[in-house]
Design a binder for this molecule. Structure first.
Ligand SMILES: [Zn+2]
Length: 241
């Protein structure tokens, strides 16, 4: 998932007539990641994998579970390191393995004081956004808790330069395995719960644009412009009963 700083999208590439070329080079990048994974050779060790953009089938199809006996393998450990590197380079607060072209159920996420400082304080307070250390979760199983939901703008590193409102559960529980194969369970609320839902969706082939309030879709530059009439306002949904 994108951070506030991840705002300088390469908007306009297609306007310069480079769209086809760009798409082709990305397809090749994605295919290379696939080829590396399936042949066991890994991608170029000196560079971080490119983040796959929407339209690539790897983002729109369910990912496979990681066999538990393979978590400790060099191959899986390298994928995890690549994911962390690509997320931090973007920078983003979360990344799923399909976003680097790997169809496996692995997510990484972290949020820092620095990232949070890029957003206005009243916004991060409403979002219930607090820093947390790096989390690596393999084969995550997400369970939504309670009925409280919230609408906020979110973005995705695979949909560069855009934001839209998405309704998410305020609290979730995630069970899975850490990078050492040890079972883990996280009870999460607020912005972290949103990131977890966003990243777990990626593993089911769901990109946030599949779930948005349609008329709130906008460029990052237009993020602060008024929300159209009839659309929900950002914030926690108050129960009516
Ligand atoms: Zn995303």
């Amino acid at each position: 998932m994108a951070t506030e700083r991840q705002t300088q999208g390469k908007v306009g590439t297609w306007q310069r007539g480079l769209y086809e070329e760009s798409r082709e080079s990305r397809r090749r990048a994605s295919s290379k990641a696939y080829a590396g994974w399936f042949s066991g050779l890994g991608v170029n060790k000196s560079t971080l994998p490119e983040i796959v953009k929407v339209g690539d089938p790897v983002l729109h199809e369910p990912a496979d579970e990681v066999p538990l006996e393979e978590i400790g393998s060099e191959k899986i450990q390298k994928i995890i390191d690549d994911m962390i590197g690509s997320m931090r380079k973007a920078p983003g607060v979360g990344l799923a393995a399909p976003q680097i072209g790997i169809p496996l159920r692995i997510i990484v996420l972290e949020d820092t004081k620095e990232y949070i400082s890029y957003a206005p304080r009243n916004v991060t307070k409403a979002q219930d956004r607090r820093p947390f250390d790096l989390l690596v979760i393999i084969n995550p199983k997400l369970r939504k808790k309670g009925s409280k939901t919230a609408f906020f703008f979110e973005g995705c590193l695979s949909v560069e330069g855009f934001r839209a409102m998405v309704e998410r559960h305020a609290e979730v529980e995630v069970k899975g395995y850490d990078r050492h194969g040890k079972p883990l369970k996280i009870d999460s609320a607020g912005w972290q719960a949103r990131i977890l839902q966003h990243e777990c969706d990626h593993l089911d082939g769901i990109v946030y644009v599949d779930k948005i309030v349609p008329r709130t879709f906008r460029t990052v530059q237009n993020l602060d412009l008024p929300i159209p009439m009839g659309c929900p306002k950002p914030g926690v949904v108050l129960c009516e009963d």
